[in-house]
Design a protein around this ligand. Sequence first.
Ligand code: ADP
Length: 334
Amino acid sequence: DRLLGAEADGEEQAIEAALRPKDLGEFVGQERVREQLDLVLRAARQRGATADHVLLSGAPGLGKTTLSMIIAAEMGAPIRITSGPAIQHAGDLAAILSSLTEGEVLFLDEIHRMSRPAEEMLYMAMEDFRVDVIVGKGPGATAIPLELPPFTLVGATTRAGLLPPPLRDRFGFTGHMEFYGAPELERVIHRSARLLDVEIDAEGAIEIAGRSRGTPRIANRLLRRVRDYAQVKADGVITQEIASRALAVYDVDGRGLDRLDRAVLTALLKLFGGGPVGLSTLAVAVGEERETVEEVAEPFLVREGLLARTPRGRVGTPAAWAHLGLTPPRGTGS
Ligand code: ADP
């Protein structure tokens, strides 16, 4: 529900489906991952084999689900989509695995959040294409081995380091997804504008890209909001001025900070002279939960070099003073 949040809710997923690139050629940016994946898939196709298991790591909204669909499309295979949290019991996973067809792609989002027994079942499935299904309970329980057709697991996680090594090691290929640079985001925006049938000029796209936090999902979302504004308040064409006015209405500043981000920075600089200040104190000052400040606002502020987490507390950087147009007090060193 946050305009600059990188997660998608159910309603947005349907809108996003229309904007997903369908093959590797259409997928913008991530040159390294694309090139490596292209080789993996081509080689598998030439051998007439099922592609190796693929692990994709990276922040939400960078295109992991999209890539998994592209992998299936490039292999001419169907895809099944599920997620770690949806698999509560090993039996849930067994049911999915045993219904896969040969060559099918299984996309497991948030694979690091799977339950332990399911994870162990997955080891064997990935390596030997086999699972042991436990039938019965207690002393009478027996394990019935079940052969699986060869399939390709595509696992997605925010950080590869969150996975236990035995699971990580069972992937033939790991692709690390990076945040996108401005030129790539501009390409994403122009491409989406075409699909949405909205007119946008180069400066309009630059304006939106600069506020999109390196994330295609956010770029697409801001584009839709700016489109609404252009339609209602102007002639429908997105220019730099329209984009900038629209995003001001939505409280997204020139660097992609929203009201919460700015409240945290403002408190840090104005109330605490740029810190260091403890997280709890800072959270109270902005009237938010500790977790909200730490998990929602801070990661982006840290990534942008506006806030630093130090052992003595949070510190505002010189860039933060500059961004808010404030002068640091003398003698703070910042
Ligand atoms: P993730 O699974 O990493 O959270 P998604 O694959 O769901 O991200 O992508 C979110 C949205 O961003 C989708 O609408 C998708 O079309 C778009 N998108 C992501 N990466 C790209 C890309 N490289 N090129 C074009 N659009 C992209």
